[in-house]
Design a protein around this ligand. Structure first.
Ligand SMILES: Cc1cc2nc3c(=O)[nH]c(=O)nc-3n(C[C@H](O)[C@H](O)[C@H](O)COP(=O)(O)O)c2cc1C
Length: 340
């Protein structure tokens, strides 16, 4: 049984969780002393805590948030410094996060999984309607079946837990029926709300998992095989998969993936993308220098012949220029969604 301090909120409360391998129980402390991960694809290992294990909420204690090495953290994430930005310890792990695409044999105990699912259910939900469901798969053979259908992601079958996060209009329809009222919101807005509720919960699950050293990776490809995944999970009308999520103990931590500079994504007071082209040229160059697109990651090479030196933005264009899952709306209609 490991005792893990609440890492997300940095509060003084402790959460008693069983089944956390000792080698990852110490990960919670990395929030206090961030060091950029230099060991690309190296083994996952706890990082020593140079400053002690805990920093309290500034609000509660009157003490200030501890600051991580903000510029090192931001440099790792964006490939550029963000002068003047100070990252409190409490959010440094969110900036340092990354997906995990290979898992050890170690199980994720039910009490721990249930705690993570409770964290997920604590996410905000539109009008408190809570219009999503999650299917928990632990049966290795069923997880492997999904991995085999996808075909290109064999590591999915290494995960001891596979979650399928679903938008759920059905529960609201049943609640209306229970109260002898019509359900008058089978429309595009409800579809969007179900997807948003679902995704917020999945995101909160991922943050909670990361907080105790578990790795996760969302899998949109469950939607590429929806006609098989949906009956496998017994999804009724009004329920559709948004994404799968692999969950397990990481064999290694991937390098941090470089993000677009904030000035491209964050607009102040009004939308302005007039400087996009130049910013993207710079971003492509930074990414090419650190993490060039691997030949195996080039998109749609049957349409656009492979070539050397493809940057991030060209690869995005290669992907977005070919329709993906264009049968999704038709599938949703077979599941009772009007989308009007
Ligand atoms: C909705 C969603 C679906 C995703 N689907 C897949 C997937 O099917 N397979 C996969 O390997 N990664 C998938 N990912 C993970 C992304 O590829 C990953 O987040 C991205 O490459 C950035 O890496 P990072 O999360 O480590 O920063 C998905 C992520 C999201 C948010």
């Amino acid at each position: 049984m490991a005792v893990s301090s609440c890492r997300i909120g940095r509060c003084g409360r402790s959460l008693r969780v069983g089944g956390i391998p000792a080698r990852v129980a110490g990960w919670r402390r990395r929030i206090v002393s961030f060091r950029p991960c230099r060991k690309e694809n190296g083994p996952a290992s706890p990082r020593p805590d140079a400053h002690g294990a805990h920093a309290g909420h500034g609000q509660d204690t009157g003490r200030k948030h501890r600051m991580t090495d903000s510029q090192a953290l931001l440099q790792a994430r964006f490939g550029i410094g963000l002068p003047g930005v100070e990252v409190p310890d409490a959010i440094s792990a969110l900036i340092d996060r990354r997906v995990t695409r290979r898992y050890t044999d170690q199980d994720v105990p039910d009490p721990l999984l249930d705690a993570l699912l409770a964290a997920a259910q604590s996410a905000p939900a539109k009008s408190d309607l809570q219009q999503y469901s999650v299917i928990v798969l632990r049966d290795r053979a069923r997880i492997k079946r999904i991995a085999d259908w996808i075909g290109t992601m064999d590591w999915i079958a290494t995960a001891p837990v596979f979650l399928v996060w679903c938008g759920d209009m059905r529960r609201g329809q049943r609640l209306c029926a229970l109260h002898d009222m019509p359900h008058a919101n089978n429309n595009l807005d409800t579809f969007l709300n179900t997807a948003v509720d679902c995704t917020l919960a999945m995101g909160q699950f991922m943050a909670a998992a990361d907080a105790i050293g578990l790795g996760t990776c969302p899998i949109s490809y469950v939607r590429s095989h929806i006609e098989r995944v949906s009956p496998l999970l017994g999804l009724p009308d009004g329920v559709y998969p948004v994404a799968g999520l692999t969950v397990g103990w990481p064999v290694f931590r991937r390098p941090v993936s470089m993000r677009l500079p904030p000035r491209v994504v964050v607009h102040r007071e009004h939308y302005d993308d007039s400087a996009l082209a130049d910013a993207i040229t710079d971003y492509d160059e930074r990414r090419r220098a650190r993490e060039p697109v691997a030949p195996g990651s080039l998109k749609n090479t049957d349409v656009y012949p492979p070539r050397e030196g493809v940057g991030w933005s060209e690869n995005v264009a290669r992907q977005l220029s070919v329709p993906e899952r264009f049968g999704f709306a038709a599938y949703l209609k077979t599941k009772g969604f009007d989308l009007a």
